[in-house]
Design a protein around this ligand. Sequence first.
Ligand SMILES: *Cc1c(COP(=O)(O)O)cnc(C)c1O
Length: 386
Amino acid sequence: MAIQKKLSLMIPGPTPVPERVLEALSRHPIGHRSKEFQDIVESTTNNLKWLHQTSNDVLTITGSGTAAMEAGIISTLSKGDTIICGENGKFGERWVKVAQSFGLKVITIKSEWGKALNPNEFKNVLENDYQKKIKAVILTHSETSTGVINDLETISSYIKNHKQALSIVDCVTSIGACNVPTDDWGLDIVASGSQKGYMIPPGLSFVSVSKKAWEACENSDLPKFYLNLNSYRKSLKSNSNPYTPAVNLFFALDEALKMMREEGLENIFRRHNKHKLAISSAMKALNLKLFADENFLSPSVTSIKTENFDAETFRKLIKDKYDILLAGGQDNLKGKIFRIGHLGYVNDKDIISVISAVGLTLIQESKISVEALGEALKKAQIILNQ
Ligand SMILES: *Cc1c(COP(=O)(O)O)cnc(C)c1O
């Protein structure tokens, strides 16, 4: 047990928070109807649009990522609407449940956990919908529960061809980690949350809304109040919020977005991609197998199989000895995989540390040789130096 607690969060949310952001967060709150607060909202809104690569409205809701997705769904759809839901993990499953709770008719397109969704299945269902009954396609870009990234670019091109259906996309662990060009791909609703790529604590979520989605909002009749996007849109015209927002999280958001602009989108994406490749190749060198299809690895989380040992015990060893928190598997994956989050405020040092901690624990448990760890670090180093 480490004497000094200096926990490294290497889970896919909440993610580590930079010192600059923590300082911003610790300011005394200000009135949310003040000019000072409006200036902050103006600044965060502009930077959110930059991050989303869009000229659409990007709204901020006080609530977690699920609130943003729910807001997108209930603000645009109506009772009895038919929708498609892509489901290849825990989050895909959640959006099916949300849609069903609001009485929507859900066509699920599934893929085995660990595999990517097949874009052709979306194409077929959409192309055969001659009566244009399908009002939306809901899907998860980076499926955090399995570490798979779905081919959003291709699937969204089929949604665009359908013309009627809106795309409602969970980009919670892809925004701020890899390229999500909202306007180029014609994404209608893009949802994300503060505790992921944004490098701030949990509590805020974001929804980008296209012109087509606003048109759908006019006719939507699902019950809603707090999460009615129309209210947020109206308030945003005066750089305001319909209800009392988490004021201090806005200070943090403003600072974090400024840091992201300083780094630049290309550099952010490159860093996440390098970390993903370094971790996946190092894990293989440690004689571990990846859970997700290697052609579709998420930029923000890597899932690793533990075939001949219990993942939960392994995570506890790493936590107790090295103060690094890894995520476990969910549902039937519990005990069978562990997940390394490498999203947001993560640098090469974190990557080297987590590979070392995993390797040293495997050595201690007599599962690999010392040479295997040397090889894993060498592989990671080559990628990190590129
Ligand atoms: C974290 C996460 C969410 C949001 O979950 P909340 O707990 O509501 O913030 C949604 N989708 C994915 C893929 C996530 O990783």
